[in-house]
Design a binder for this molecule. Sequence first.
Ligand code: FES
Ligand code: FES
Length: 216
Amino acid sequence: MCPGTSLNTSIPQKKTPWSDTVNPKLTRRRFIKAAIFTGAAASSGAGWYMASAQSRQQGAVERLVSLNINGRTRRVDVAPQETLAHTLRYRLNLTGTKLGCNRGECGSCTVIVEGTTHYACSTLTHSVKGKEVTTVEGLRAADGTLHPVQQAFVDELSPQCGFCTPGQVMSAVALLNTNPRPSREEARQAMAGNLCRCGAYDHYLNGVMRASGQLS
Ligand code: FES
Ligand code: FES
C-alpha cells in the first residue's frame, strides 16, 4: 500500500462532481502527449520508490558497497534488491548500458562480469561486489581509440538505430576474448542473446568477423 492511502472508510468524503474537476482545455490529444512525456519519469520514479521501500524493510543489509567498474573502485549506496543496470545508469551515470525489456530477454543491458556476459537488468548489484565489471564505457583506450570491435562495427555499418549496439559490442568482446577467431556460426551463437529490433544481425556478424581479422 502506498503511503498516504487510508484504510479508514468510516469518514464520509465529500465528492467533487467529475465535471468540476476536468480542465476544459484538456483534450484527448493533450492528455496522450502528457502521458508520453511523463511516462518514463513516472515509471523510473516508481522503480526507485519500490527499491527504497524494500531497502527500508531490510535495513540490516549493508548498503554502502565497493564496486569494481571498468578498473575503478566506486563506492555507492545500493538498495538490497537493486539491479546492476539501475546502479550503473542511475547512480554511476554509466548510461551506455541500455535498458530495453528489463527482464532478461533482449540483451541490451549486457555487461561483462569476470569475463562472462551478464544481463545487468537481471543481476543484483550486491552479487557483483568485489568482481570485475566491464561496461561499454570501459572499452575505449585512454586516448579515445575505439576497441577493435567498436571500430569493426563502425566499418561494417552495424548499428541502425543503435539501441542494441552496446549490448552487441559487449557480447562480441566477451566472445573474442575467449575465442579470437570464431567461425561465423560460433559468432552467431555467441550473439544470440542480443535482440536487434532493426534486424541488423548480419551487419553485427560481419563486424565480429572483421574484428577477428577474418574479413578484409
Ligand atoms: S534490458 Fe536486460 S535483457 Fe533486456
Ligand atoms: S540497431 Fe536498432 S535495435 Fe539494433
